[in-house]
Design a binder for this molecule. Sequence first.
Ligand code: BYC
Length: 334
Amino acid sequence: MYTQALNDKDPSPAEDTIEDPVLAERFQSRIDQELRIEANDWMPAAYRRTLQRQIAQHAHSEVIGMQPEGNWLTRAPTLKRKAILLAKIQDEAGHGLYLYSAAETLGISREEMESQLLTGKARYSSIFNYPTLNWADMGAIGWLVDGAAIMNQVPLCRCSYGPYARAMVRVCKEESFHQRQGYDIMTQMAKGTAAQKAMAQDALNRTWWPSIMMFGPHDSDSSHSEQSMAWKIKRFSNDDLRQKFINATVPQAEYLGLTIPDPDLKFNEETGNWESGPIDWDEFKQVLAGNGPCNHLRLSTRQRAVAEGEWVREAAAAHAAKQSARATNKEEAA
Ligand code: BYC
């Protein structure tokens, strides 16, 4: 009913640049009551832009995130591991599609989002600008990167924007399988030969800090957090989620008999938190500025895939047009 009242006043998303204080107050009150905002509801222009940015970045991350793992598909150690890895990568393509669709409900087109990615205008998660150098990296990505993703994404199932929140429910279920398959690889390798255990430790050494950085800058440096939390897009701050992740992961590393590469990591009896040493934010900034070890490779690979896939999209569109013309002819003949 409330949705209807908002829509009666302003049915056009284009008009949401007019910041009517009454609409703005009703909007915030709706959020405060834990009611979902839907695509046709009135929303402040900045809320729309924030979601377009975050959901598109998230979709791009899923799509670019297929590359580091794709690197090991042809070299998976067994047929079973290959099939599992392939299924995981396909899930990521699917997540990208749900998320692009969720962003489209906010009035941005798939073409525009793709163009922002291909021209380097849009961000995607910093983590995917690192190389995958040995098979154990597939384990470390599943365990740590998908583990960090779950920590960040489960609260997004309660995001105030309905289409994003609903997309996240299925994404999170699949991420949970991804995390388990990663931890399973790490378990096998950590309990294998000395050489396998060394590969697992090497993968942990290289993946730990970039995974910690996935949660974004410290709260004090996060430009969007305060507003996004007031709008209930974000439910927890970057630092809170990072801390939850560290607390959950330290005992998992202990179980594996692996060492987290942080000599300053210590348990605080009072808070019950594992406190990490300083994070190298210069490295994070460099990666965001396009200077990470694989930024250029990731973007150029995506640009090439889009160019080489052009004929497939053209053929699919021609086939769809033919099918639709046939269906129309049949209807007219009947
Ligand atoms: N990487 O104010 P802040 C996956 C940017 S996919 C790059 O805290 P916000 C997976 C941020 O965009 C994982 N940029 O921002 C896939 C902002 O820049 P702009 C992806 C980052 O949005 C395949 C600036 O820093 N998950 O799991 O409030 C295989 C200031 O930050 C990063 C999502 O996208 C970063 N790590 O919070 C395996 C989840 N961090 O735009 C796994 C949805 C920050 O002002 N996104 N920046 O130029 C979010 O939850 C939030 O967007 C973030 C950042 C927590 C990431």
